[in-house]
Design a protein around this ligand. Structure first.
Ligand code: TXA
Ligand code: MG
Length: 344
């Protein structure tokens, strides 16, 4: 199959790209679309045959459920039920963060096919902010199931080129909406009733961190690692190895732990590119890629993370050495991804 690259570099091209994407979705096919977090591989969420094409293209195991993206906030009530004891918190979170990078886990309605939720009684819902995605889903008018548009377990794509790296020839089309503004997958939460405050369980850390969520409840980060627990994963994005570049990656917590092997080439994934962090001068790196070259801020590192890691992956060194980043705000999501990328 030839994968079409649908450009959005003029109003004319954008309109044509949107028409084509809507036509693909309407005919039960799949298409990769930009969102504000990462590119998603999209299909009609209520059509199990269309959704099966996502699993096939990504080589995604059937036990890993998909996120359902809503054309309008209110569509939430068509696919999910809101338990009365958490309704107030759900309402406040949605009011504050939708459209945006927040995914809620809620009890599912029967209309959602089992293939979408991997047989779970719950469904993950999100209302996405990206202007092109928004126009497409509004015209399509139905919920869209979309995981990140990469092969299972590999780097998430934050550009159309990154989608093509992995899915060229496997999907009919990708809409090129430029670089994703957030650059990291949505924060996934489950709300539980609690006194004096409701509990916000973070199943996957993402762009919305502790500071953003804590006004709405007691925030608990849930470490789920299906391979370690040896059980059916409730949040299977939490498999031990995930987000992996093709190149072997090692997370080096302390610079003094680095020993270069004879004849091997190394690339450094640096947080700020600053000598004082102790990594830059450790070794004559074949390539140094810097997550936050500007202000040294963690948000910049989050936005650039997958993009920079992909660039470094393309250099073709024997091993990528990753510096740790501070585990605050989106730094928690970056560190989770680095740990998983390094797991083998
Ligand atoms: O930002 C994002 O969330 C992107 C864009 C495309 O929206 N999507 C994304 O999808 O990251 P994906 O498939 O790569 O990750 C979705 C994760 C799954 O791996 C799973 O862990 C979790 O969402 N998930 C989905 N349904 C769930 C459910 N019912 N209960 C618990 N976790 C669920
Ligand atoms: Mg993914």
């Amino acid at each position: 199959m030839e994968t079409e690259l649908l450009r959005t570099d003029s109003e004319l091209n954008t309109n044509a790209a949107i028409r084509r994407a809507v036509a693909l979705l309407s005919s039960g096919d799949i298409v990769a679309l930009p969102t504000e977090t990462v590119y998603g591989l999209c299909a009609d969420a209520l059509d199990p045959v269309a959704v099966a094409k996502i699993f096939a293209a990504k080589e995604r195991p059937a036990f890993d459920p998909l996120i359902v993206h809503l054309p309008r906030r209110e569509t939430m009530h068509e696919v999910a039920t809101i338990p009365p004891d958490i309704a107030k918190t759900v309402g406040r979170l949605i009011e504050q963060f939708w459209p945006g990078p927040l995914t809620l886990i809620l009890p599912k309605k029967p209309v959602v096919p089992d293939i979408v939720t991997a047989g779970l009684p719950t469904v993950a819902v999100r209302h996405c902010e990206h202007p092109i995605f928004h126009r497409i889903i509004k015209q399509f008018g139905r919920p869209i199931a979309a995981p990140s548009a990469n092969l299972f377990g590999r780097l998430s794509p934050t550009s159309a080129a990154a989608v093509l790296d992995q899915l060229d020839g496997r999907i009919p089309a990708v809409v090129d909406g430029g670089a994703c503004g957030r650059g990291l997958e949505s924060t996934i939460v489950r709300i539980l009733p609690g006194t004096p405050k409701p509990i916000i369980e973070v199943l996957r850390p993402g762009p919305l961190g502790l500071d953003e969520l804590k006004p709405y409840g007691k925030v608990v980060f849930v470490e789920r690692n299906a391979e370690v627990e040896g059980s059916t994963p409730e949040a299977p994005g939490m498999l031990a190895r995930h987000y992996a570049p093709a190149t072997r990656l090692r997370l080096l917590l302390r610079p003094e732990d680095f020993v270069a092997e004879e004849g091997k080439t190394y690339g450094l994934l640096s947080y700020r590119g600053q000598e004082k962090d102790g990594f830059i001068d450790l070794h004559p790196w074949t390539q140094v890629a810097i997550l936050s070259p500007g202000s040294g801020k963690i948000a910049e590192a989050g936005t650039r993370f997958f993009h920079v890691l992909r660039q470094l992956d393309l250099v073709g060194v024997d091993e990528i050495i990753a510096e740790p980043v501070p585990e605050r705000s989106v730094g928690r999501a970056i560190m989770e991804k680095l740990r998983k990328a390094a797991a083998s």
